[in-house]
Structures are given as C-alpha cells and as structure tokens.
Design a protein around this ligand. Sequence first.
Ligand SMILES: N[C@@H](CCC(=O)N[C@@H](CSS)C(=O)NCC(=O)O)C(=O)O
Ligand SMILES: [Fe+2]
Length: 264
Amino acid sequence: MLLKLSFGTVKCAQRLVTPAVGKVRWISSEMDRGSNFFFRQLFDTVSSTYTYLLGDTKSGEAVLIDPVLEHAERDAALIKELGFKLIYAMNTHMHADHITGTGKLKSLLPGSKSVISKSSGAQADLHLFDGDLVNFGAYQLLATATPGHTNGCLTYIAHGQGIAFTGDTLLIRGCGRTDFQEGSSETLYKSVHSKIFTLPETYTLYPAHDYKGQTATTVGEEKKYNPRLTKSLKEFVDIMENLNLPYPKMIDKAVPANRVCGLY
Ligand SMILES: N[C@@H](CCC(=O)N[C@@H](CSS)C(=O)NCC(=O)O)C(=O)O
Ligand SMILES: [Fe+2]
C-alpha cells in the first residue's frame, strides 16, 4: 500500500526569501548548501533524545521527528522563527523513556498533524504503513517498517539526501533494547540487516538517542563497527539477552501517555 501524504503548496514566509535569488540562503541545509533542504538536530539532555527538524525552505513546509514534550515550546518557537509551517509532528515509535511532544505541538502550531505507524498501537491523526511516503514541500521521507525494538518502529529514509532516521532500531554502535514493549532480538536483527544495512554505505544515519555524545553515523560505519549487529544472529540474541539495562525511569508514565500523543 502506498499512501502519499502531502499538503498543498505553502507560500514561502516573507523573511525566508532572499529577493535576489528568491530562496533562502541564511538558513541553508547542513546536507547540501545548494538546496532548499533544511536539517536541524535538537537534543533533550534528560532522555538523551534527538529531535529532527526537516524543512523545505522554498515552500516553508516542515516536519519534526521525535519531539519531546518538555521541548515543545522550544521547537515551536524555532519553527516559527525560521518561518516554517509544521505539517507533521512524527514519531519513529511509541517511546518508553520520554513523553512525545506531538500532541502539544498540535496546539502550539495549529494545522500540524501527529503521525506514527499503525502498528505502534498509538493514536495519531495519520497512521503510516511500510512504504508510505511523507511529503513536505519538494522532499520526501519513506516510512520503512523496522520492527524489533517495538512492533511499530519505523525508519524514515530521505533517499534524495542520503539520510535516514532510525529511531531506536539502530543506535550509534548499538541498537534499541528488546526486553520490553514488543521487543524481539531476532526481528530487530532482521530489520537492520534487510532494511538499513542494504542502504548505500554513504547514507548518514540519525538515531533517536545517543548516550555518549555522538550525533550521527553511516551505514558503512555500522556495518563495520557495530559491536552487536556485526555478529551472527545467534551471538546477537545472546548479547541482547545479557544487556542487563535498568528499566527506563519514565516507562510507566511515558508509554500510557504516548498511546495518546502525550496528551493524557
Ligand atoms: N536510562 C534511560 C533509558 C536508557 C534506555 O533504555 N534506552 C533505550 C532507548 S529509549 S526506549 C535503549 O534501547 N537503549 C539501548 C542501549 O543499549 O542503551 C532512562 O532511564 O530513561
Ligand atoms: Fe524506544
């Protein structure tokens, strides 16, 4: 099933336009400074969560991936300041360690819609299925099902930019744990090997968390250096069974809240 999500053309905000060239230069993308693709990585120090703002500086349409409730005002202010119109507040999955900001952002930025996978079991304005395309301006994210950490985990791939947002499926030199929600080490291993490690090695990967201060990785690096996912399936399952991680402090509050976009 291919669901195309798109909004009508949105007029470029006045202050984003450089009259001489008719497009934005001063908030250029970190991906490709010659394009209209805008990228910004934001961070929550409490849960070590990365939030990503992506936008089309020409149309003004933007999406936000994995916003955190406590930073909804920060994110909304940045979006407004830059002249973007948020069309989708999206989650890679139903988080267990923090409450999503998608519900609050809908009221801070009227017109935006919350988005998550159908198989997450969470409420949202739009439910995604594997293979759906999320359009914002001239750009697209391909929603790719990568279950294992949870049933509903999606990796959002921007093939045009050679980047992907892996949520908790693949972390830098790590991966999401599989000992709660609908976790399955076998499923996660298959997801990574079939959907992420098959991408071009130059693709940059942006995870939902990092606990050591790193910001991004590449497919090639993880295929070579990931200490868990370079192993055989059997060794991987054994590693995952022996992680002995403490339960996320917020899990009992976060999961019920995230079933309803953080509005509880
Ligand atoms: N200590 C943190 C939770 C840390 C944690 O469990 N992180 C998750 C991603 S958030 S669901 C994870 O999958 N970690 C894998 C790993 O190897 O660290 C807290 O209490 O919130
Ligand atoms: Fe998670």
